[in-house]
Design a protein around this ligand. Structure first.
Ligand SMILES: [Fe+2]
Length: 192
């Protein structure tokens, strides 16, 4: 059964993100959902037809990592926006960030620096599912660099489409605006 795109129109009106930027971003996200559904159907049809040894099958398989992650990462991203950007540093997540990075400020500096890296992709705060440790990681495009089995805690889109409409090339200003709108309750709820 086809997967349905989630509705994030509740985010319209958040400070620092214009309606045009957000609506275009929702449309891009919906494209990933459509393409993931299409790919799923094409692969199932090829399996039925016995076409699994064709190069087209291999290429579609590879493509799934791009489309599926493009879909799911946007859901984490929109899902961790819409808050007031206030993190209680004495709470579970605040304490854990300080514990893992020395102090909260060092975590923030590292996460922002990860997001400011040249290239298109994502900055993600992960929790290692084996050790429970928190790790800031860069993802190239949507599918390269994921930490196997780890949980996604905070997800920030740094493709140009996420900010260029409102901030031009000033990615650092966008990152500041992103931080002002983090829904930390949602983020903390993702901790295991
Ligand atoms: Fe995006």
């Amino acid at each position: 059964m086809a997967y349905t795109a989630k509705d994030y129109s509740n985010l319209i009106g958040i400070e620092g993100f214009s309606e045009t930027l957000l609506r275009n971003h929702f449309t891009l996200y919906q494209g990933y959902v459509t393409n993931t559904n299409k790919l799923t159907d094409s692969l199932a049809a090829m399996l039925k037809e016995g076409a699994v040894s064709k190069p087209e099958y291999s290429e579609l398989k590879r493509r799934m990592g791009f489309e599926f992650n493009g879909m799911r990462l946007h859901e984490y991203y929109f899902g961790n926006l819409g808050g007031k950007g206030f993190l209680d540093r004495s709470g579970k997540l605040g304490r854990k960030l300080a514990e893992n990075f020395g102090r909260y400020e060092d975590w923030e500096r590292d996460f922002k620096a990860t997001g400011a890296m040249r290239g298109i992709g994502w900055a993600i705060l992960y929790q290692d599912n084996v050790t429970g440790k928190l790790i800031n990681q860069w993802i190239n495009e949507h599918e390269t660099g994921h930490l196997a089995g780890s949980f996604l805690i905070l997800v920030m889109d740094v493709f140009e489409h996420a900010f260029i409409t409102d901030y031009g090339l000033k990615r650092a200003d966008y990152i500041e605006a992103f931080f002002k709108n983090i829904d930390w309750a949602e983020v903390e709820g993702r901790l295991k």
